[in-house]
Design a protein around this ligand. Structure first.
Ligand SMILES: NC(=O)c1ccc[n+]([C@@H]2O[C@H](COP(=O)([O-])OP(=O)(O)OC[C@H]3O[C@@H](n4cnc5c(N)ncnc54)[C@H](O)[C@@H]3O)[C@@H](O)[C@H]2O)c1
Length: 334
C-alpha cells in the first residue's frame, strides 16, 4: 500500500501504536525514523533510525523532521488509562499542546508532505455519552464541544490546528480519532494501562474461583479495536486525500463486566467481580459510528474482540510468567 523507499517519521515510536506502526512500515518497504523519549518497552524498534528526543522542545521537533521526510505519523503524547488522564489534567494538556504545536510547524517548515495527527474518541461531547446503550458517535458529535477535561480538550484543539494548517497553508494534514486500541506489546501495568490490558493482567494473576476488582459498576460500555486493524487504518488514511477528522474503531459495544467475562473465558477461569465505585470509570457509554470511515476508506476494522483478546491475553500472561508473577506452567497450559 505504502510505496517503497518513502521516508517516514513516526513520533511516539517507543509507544504501543507507534512501535507496531514502525514494524508495518518496514514491511511496506519504507525508510523509517522513530522518535520518542523512551525506547520500546518489550523489543527493539524496527526503525532504521531511532532517536530519543523530547518533542515538547521546538529544536527537537526540527531535528526529528530534518532530511526530506515525506510523511509524519505524529503519535507522541502524554497519555494513559482513565486513572491517569483524570488525575493529571495540567501536565497532559501542557505537554501535548507543546508536542503538537511544535511538531506541526516543524514538519511544515521542513517541507514534510503529509502529517497525520492521532486524536481520540475523548474529544466527543460528554453530554452525548450518558447512557450505557448509546448511539454510536458520528464525527460531528464532537460539537458543541464538551470533551474529556485536559486530554480531550487538547486533542480537540490540535485537530482544529491541523485543519487551520490545511486551510491557510494547504499543508496536507490527516486526523484520526482512535477508539480504544489494544493488543500485544501494550502497557499492561503501572497505572497507564487501559481496560483490556488491565483486565487481562488481573485475570491472569487471579486464582480460578477467586474475586477480581473492577473499576466502576461494570455496566459502562465501550468498543475496542485490535492493533493490526488500527495500523491498517492509519496507512489507509494517510494514503487518502481526506482532511477532516475520521473515526477509527470498531462499532460493537461491550460492557466492562462482559469484557471481564470474555477474558475469564479465554483464560479458562471462573471469577467473581467486585466493583469499586470509588474509582474513575469515564463516560457511561461510547461507540464509534463507522459510516464515514467506510465511505472514505472503503474499509473498516474486522478483527473481533474474541480473536484480538485471545492473542493479547496470552501475551500478557506470558509476560507475567517471565516476570515470575504467574507460574510458567499455568501460562503455557491455560
Ligand atoms: N491506545 C489507544 O487506545 C488510543 C486511543 C485514543 C488515542 N490514542 C492516541 O494515539 C497515540 C499513540 O497512543 P499509544 O496507545 O501508542 O500510547 P503510548 O503511551 O504507548 O505511546 C505514546 C508515546 O509518546 C511518547 N511521548 C510522550 N511524551 C513525549 C515527548 N515529550 N517527546 C517524545 N515522545 C513522547 C511516550 O513515551 C510514548 O512512548 C497518542 O497520541 C494517543 O493519544 C491512543
Amino acid at each position: 500500500m505504502e510505496s517503497t523507499h518513502r521516508r517516514v517519521l513516526v513520533t511516539g515510536a517507543g509507544g504501543f501504536i507507534g512501535h507496531h506502526l514502525v514494524k508495518r512500515l518496514k514491511v511496506e518497504g519504507c525508510w523509517v525514523r522513530g522518535v520518542d523519549i523512551k525506547p520500546p518497552e518489550y523489543e527493539p524498534s524496527a526503525a532504521d533510525q531511532f532517536e530519543l528526543l523530547d518533542l515538547r522542545a521546538w529544536d527537537n521537533c526540527l531535528l526529528a523532521t530534518r532530511g526530506s521526510i515525506d510523511q509524519v505519523y505524529n503519535l507522541a503524547a502524554d497519555m494513559g488509562g482513565i486513572g491517569y488522564i483524570t488525575a493529571s489534567l495540567a501536565d497532559i494538556a501542557r505537554n501535548n499542546t507543546l508536542i503538537n504545536t511544535h511538531m506541526l510547524e516543524a514538519a511544515r517548515s521542513n517541507g514534510v508532505r503529509r502529517f497525520l495527527y492521532s486524536s481520540s474518541a475523548c474529544v466527543y461531547a460528554g453530554y452525548k455519552q450518558k447512557e450505557a446503550e448509546i448511539a454510536p458517535l458520528k464525527e460531528e458529535d464532537a460539537y458543541p464541544a464538551d470533551p474529556e477535561p485536559g486530554y480531550g480538550w487538547e486533542k480537540l484543539y490540535a485537530e482544529q490546528l491541523c485543519q487551520y494548517y490545511w486551510h491557510d497553508f494547504k499543508f496536507e494534514t490527516r486526523i484520526v480519532r482512535f477508539h480504544n486500541v489494544y493488543g500485544p506489546l501494550g502497557t499492561y501495568d503501572g497505572g497507564k494501562e487501559k481496560a483490556p490490558a488491565a483486565i487481562s493482567r488481573k485475570v491472569a494473576l487471579a486464582r480460578d474461583g477467586s474475586e477480581i476488582e473492577i473499576w466502576g459498576d461494570g455496566q459502562q460500555t465501550r468498543s475496542f479495536m485490535y492493533i493490526d486493524d488500527c495500523v491498517e487504518g492509519l496507512l489507509r488514511l494517510m494514503a487518502s486525500d481526506f482532511h477532516d477528522p475520521l473515526n477509527l474503531g470498531r462499532d460493537d459495544l461491550i460492557s466492562v463486566d462482559d469484557l471481564v467475562n470474555l477474558v475469564a473465558r479465554i483464560a479458562g477461569k471462573k471469577l467473581h467481580i467486585r466493583h469499586d465505585l470509588s474509582k474513575p470509570q469515564g463516560v457511561r457509554g461510547r461507540n464509534s459510528d463507522n459510516a464515514r470511515l467506510r465511505k472514505v476508506l472503503g474499509w473498516e476494522p474486522s478483527i473481533t474482540l474474541e480473536q484480538g483478546l485471545a492473542v493479547t491475553y496470552r501475551w500478557i500472561e506470558g509476560e507475567l510468567a517471565k516476570a515470575g508473577r504467574v507460574s510458567a506452567k499455568t501460562a503455557a497450559t491455560a
